[in-house]
Design a protein around this ligand. Structure first.
Ligand code: OGA
Ligand code: NI
Length: 374
């Protein structure tokens, strides 16, 4: 065999041997020291991000919703901004949300410390079961993805807390307390936003000085809804133009409350461009998920987003994904369907979603597309 062929065979052999290693995650890969992105993470040329020094959408600003205004005398005005944001962007920044800074810092720090544990410790929580109450993993769907993405994650099921808590990692020691506190606070905030969203869709009357019971009836099903906390870890990447932290996707739930640290990376698709969502200290990025798009019969948009990685900094984000109870059927609200606005989506439930993601490689919004009535 010629020396070149020997070299090629060896390289391929090494790469294949490493395929199993890739299942252990990006953090593990980086800890072993790499200077190039392995082939497994290299996207086809057309799917790679174009990283320019200067953002081509420097002027892009996500709509800002002030939670204080929403809960105060300016509610009607704030509701208008909220519905405009959900219709046109599918995303908004929430400021003055009322969650103590300390709860947020504690959650980010606990998440960061989890990823600083040894691989042996972290790997105790690896599971192929998409319904496991705790799941440490990598990429988007590591059982299916042909190209891996540059992300590790820890997913904690949060509801009902007393059932799931015993499964949560016991190390780092502060994780459970921080995540309990954070999940309770975000759950409360989510319910307040849902009330506002129902109101903005015209499904409940203005609540502040009218009969509170009216909105209570509507919100009941949401109160017992599912919640999943996802700690995303994006290690710094030697060749960030070849890969992505998360490929373009939409979130499947009702709403996602996302906390970004100070490192940027999140991009959303807006008017056919990819635009960066600048981190705003002390705010949440909130986005419409597939279930809300279905529930609103297409009025509110579940928008594609993706995550870029960078060569200088690693990045942590915490996503709190909320929806109706797992056993609930998601359907367009009957009050939003009429002759002028016919039903646009089929009924859907979590079981069909889980089945879908377990059997398909996740590509863009294809789950939602599969629910669309033509
Ligand atoms: C997600 C997501 C964005 C981010 O977890 O679904 O889109 O910035 N995260 O980490
Ligand atoms: Ni997302």
């Amino acid at each position: 065999m010629s020396p070149t062929i020997v070299l090629e065979v060896e390289t391929r052999f090494e790469e294949e041997e490493r395929l199993d290693e890739f299942q252990k995650g990006v953090k593990h890969l980086c800890e072993r020291g790499i200077t190039k992105v392995p082939r497994k993470y290299i996207l086809p040329a057309l799917e790679r991000p174009i990283l320019t020094k200067k953002d081509d959408a420097t002027n892009f600003k996500l709509p800002v919703i002030d939670f204080d205004q929403l809960q105060g005398p300016n509610r009607v005005h704030a509701l208008k901004s909220l519905s405009k944001a959900c219709e046109e962007y599918g995303f908004f920044q929430l400021i003055n949300h009322g969650i103590a800074c300390q709860s947020i810092v504690d959650m980010i720090e606990a998440g960061r410390k989890f990823f600083e544990l040894s691989f042996e410790e972290r790997s105790k929580y690896m599971s192929k079961d998409l319904r496991a109450p705790v799941r440490y993993g990598t990429s988007f769907n590591q059982n299916k993805d042909r190209v891996f993405c540059w992300r590790d994650f820890l997913k904690l099921d949060c509801h009902p807390l007393s059932d799931v808590l015993p499964y949560w990692p016991s190390s780092p020691t502060e994780l459970r307390q921080a995540a309990v506190n954070y999940s309770e606070k975000t759950r409360f905030l989510y319910l307040m936003i849902v009330e506002a969203i129902l109101e903005s869709l015209g499904l409940v009357e203005t609540t502040k000085d009218s009969d509170e019971n009216d909105s209570d009836d509507h919100i009941k099903e949401f109160r017992d809804g599912s919640q999943l906390l996802v700690v995303n870890c994006y290690p710094s990447c030697p060749e960030p133009d070849l890969t992505l932290g998360i490929p373009p996707h939409s979130d499947y739930g009702f709403l996602t409350l996302l906390l970004q640290d100070e490192v940027k990376g999140l991009q959303i698709q807006h008017e056919t461009r990819w635009v960066t969502v600048e981190p705003v200290p002390n705010s949440f990025v909130i986005n419409v998920g597939d279930h809300l798009e279905i529930f609103s019969n297409g009025r509110y948009k579940s928008v594609l987003h993706r995550v870029l990685v960078n060569s200088l900094n690693s990045r942590i984000s915490i996503a709190s994904l909320h929806s109706l109870p797992f056993e609930s059927m998601i359907r367009p609200s009957p009050k939003l369907i009429n002759d002028a606005n016919p039903r646009r989506y089929k009924d859907t439930d979590f079981a069909s979603f889980i089945e879908y993601i377990a059997s398909h490689e996740h590509r863009s919004k294809n789950f939602l597309e599969s629910r669309r009535l033509t």
